[in-house]
Design a protein around this ligand. Structure first.
Ligand SMILES: Nc1ncnc2c1ncn2[C@@H]1O[C@H](COP(=O)(O)OP(=O)(O)OP(=O)(O)O)[C@@H](O)[C@H]1O
Length: 477
């Protein structure tokens, strides 16, 4: 990884500090492998309004004349030479995100109370069925959509005990929470802006709801439209129970919260689980992802990558949250089915791009392109300096040997200082996103023992910095 960073400025080689280059319009590419451009519409619209110029990027004709790529699929299909990247170039994927977004990996390799247990071989499934004789199972396609209830006998096993086709099994969550008799899922957008230190945010302004087309029937699973969100699903904004509230200028979160409050249930019970699920799962996968980032050997290391994903949850009748899957570069296609969603989708994209520094207003540049002069007034050491009582006195004013000096500017590595400046930048530009890793407020951060357990040294130091920042700037509390 590159050690030295001049925050928000670019290397002289790629963008010399000249008047001509300071006016250069940044370029973005939408990278896709099929002809479906509709899923990119909200993204394209916002990025263009932020002042970027779109340039084509085809799988058979890759080039490096861009500032920012939004791609669907992920990095393996993009096939760039990452050591060729310029410092400021950014891509909307983090190496190793597959540990989270691959359905079978999530279901079979995640230790989480939010993820229903998954099985990739006959033996483990049989063992579970023996211990839980009433359990039902769904078969899920590893790469595509498609969910159906199956018995163990109906699963296709090879003689070696592996599944015959490209699918896996998962425990079926019975007893879903129903609204007007319909099962629904509740989807949340989450952004990972840095993998080390880990910084994760989610769009907490609303829920994205999808209802099954037909009422749920616990005694009959012949029709998938009663228990799966298929292509026939009803978008939340068209479901009468939701629509009667959202037609009055509210979002999909409000009808759900009102519904719970009427029953004397504090709706915070849902949001607390959402935050816990997102943070614990990403924290669990982060070390593996960091390894993948390091293996990629990109020119500017971890700083090229960020990720926007969608966590798809369902609720059971006891209001327990279950994670169904996590989608990479979620579908933000607003038409024809999700007409009312366009504004929300664009709001998600705008706020997310601001958060990761792509929506700034200086000379149409993103954060990686500011000149040294501009960087100085956008953000400087004063914004991140903490613990003057420690840093100005012995031993820290003489030596950095003691760990108590780790947060003193003169004792920090350039790269950690840069990380803190990015963290500060994000905190000030969170907009409609809320931080989940590190935990969102200082009380939670200080008391969350599970969070502190097994934290890497970088994450521990970063969390300590946040606690100190709260003492100097109340917006960090
Ligand atoms: N283990 C499960 N228990 C109960 N219901 C499930 C389970 N897995 C999936 N479902 C139902 O099927 C829906 C779709 O599942 P999932 O998100 O895993 O697959 P998908 O076909 O990729 O769908 P999409 O990409 O539209 O989210 C879920 O929203 C949920 O209603």
């Amino acid at each position: 990884m590159q050690e030295s960073h001049d925050f928000l400025s670019t290397s002289n080689q790629s963008f010399p500090n000249t008047e001509e280059n300071s006016r250069k319009q940044p370029k973005f590419c939408l990278f896709k492998i099929d002809n479906n451009t509709r899923r990119f519409e909200s993204i394209r619209h916002v990025i263009e309004k932020l002042g970027y110029q779109e340039v084509p990027l085809h799988p058979h004709d890759l080039h490096y004349d861009w500032d920012f790529i939004w791609s669907f699929p992920g990095l393996p299909r993009l096939k760039l030479n990452y050591s060729n990247l310029k410092d400021h170039q950014k891509i909307n994927h983090i190496p190793g995100i597959s540990f989270i977004i691959q359905k079978s990996n999530l279901a079979t390799n995640t230790d989480s109370k939010y993820v229903p247990k998954g099985f990739e071989n006959e033996l483990s499934m049989q063992r579970y069925a023996k211990e839980h004789p009433d359990a039902k199972f769904v078969r899920k396609n590893k790469a595509n959509r498609g969910v159906s209830i199956v018995t163990i006998k109906e699963m296709n096993f090879t003689s070696s005990g592996k599944y015959f086709d490209d699918s896996f099994a998962q425990v079926f969550v019975e007893d879903p929470y129903l609204i007007n008799g319909h099962k629904f899922d509740l989807n949340m957008y989450a952004g990972i802006s840095s993998i080390d230190p880990l910084r994760v945010y989610y769009y907490d302004k609303t829920y994205n709801l999808r209802f099954c087309e037909k009422p749920y029937n616990p005694n009959n699973f012949d029709d998938p439209d009663t228990y799966v969100i298929t292509d026939n699903y009803i978008p939340g904004l068209r479901f009468p129970f939701i629509k009667k509230i959202t037609d009055h200028g509210y979002l999909e979160k409000e009808p759900i919260q009102l519904h719970f409050m009427k029953q004397g249930i504090n709706p915070k019970i849902i949001d607390d689980q959402i935050e816990d699920a997102i943070s614990t799962i990403v924290l669990q996968k982060a070390p593996k992802m960091l390894k993948k980032v390091e293996e990629l050997n990109a020119a500017n290391g971890k700083y090229h990558f960020f990720e926007l994903v969608r966590f798809d949850f369902m609720l059971d009748a006891k209001l327990k949250l279950h994670l169904m899957e996590v989608n990479m570069s979620p579908n933000l296609e607003a038409y024809p089915k999700r007409r009312g969603q366009k504004i929300i989708y664009e709001n998600v994209v705008y706020n997310f791009l601001n958060l990761v520094g792509m929506g700034t207003t200086i000379s149409d540049k993103n954060v990686g392109q500011f000149t040294e002069d501009e960087s100085r007034f956008v953000l400087n050491d004063h914004s991140i300096s903490v613990t003057p009582d420690i840093c100005l006195n012995r031993p820290c004013n003489e030596t950095c040997d003691s760990t108590q000096c780790d947060l003193c500017l003169n004792c920090m590595s350039d790269s950690f200082k840069y990380d803190l400046k990015l963290a500060f930048w994000e905190h000030m530009n969170m907009g409609e996103f809320r931080r989940v890793v590190p935990p969102p407020n200082i009380n939670l951060l200080e008391t969350n023992s599970i969070y502190w357990k097994n934290l890497s040294p970088t994450n521990t130091l970063y969390a300590k910095w946040l606690i100190e920042m709260c003492k100097k700037n109340s917006r960090f509390c």
